[in-house]
Design a protein around this ligand. Sequence first.
Ligand code: MN
Length: 203
Amino acid sequence: MTLKTYRKKRNFRTTAEPSGERVKRPKGPSLIYVVQKHQARSLHYDFRLEWKGVLLSWAVPKGPSLDPSVKRLAAPVEDHPIEYADFEGVIPEGEYGGGTVMVWDLGTWTPEVPDVDAALEKGDLKFTLKGTKLKGSWVLVRTRGFPPGSGRTSWLLIKHRDRYASTDDVTVSKPRSVASKRMLAQIAGDGGGDVRKAAAGDP
Ligand code: MN
């Protein structure tokens, strides 16, 4: 768990993203959970869980599904700083991840396993989310890799069956920022970004 890769990919004189130098953590034992909708080269949802001083991160191309029969591909990406959970705005074109970022959901998470590190190692992390849009029990499970035979590790994000499970497509029914209520196009417009490109990510 280190921010070395995160910092290497970014020029903090150009992007407004946090460098993670200032460690800012809310008080209390709760662990942060955030999903950031990110219209970059392609649209995806960055799923992040606070663990040991960073945000463990996965890029979920189709976004989370509340339907337990639907498995969503989650590609592991570099750890992000805790402060990143608050980041909503425009990453300049030409920079890593250039495009528009929305705080799509934010809250806390609780492991459902006694040992998170062991669960990550094993590739089977069960947890409970307490967000605005996503709640209840979920699992991230590591698979053989996608595409098959590529040797690349990937994970699947799956909703467990509980009272928060649903066939409602939450990415369509709840498209707005939980931080500002804005759509992607508005965030891009306010931040001097590419409005047309961002709008392509709005339902
Ligand atoms: Mn991203």
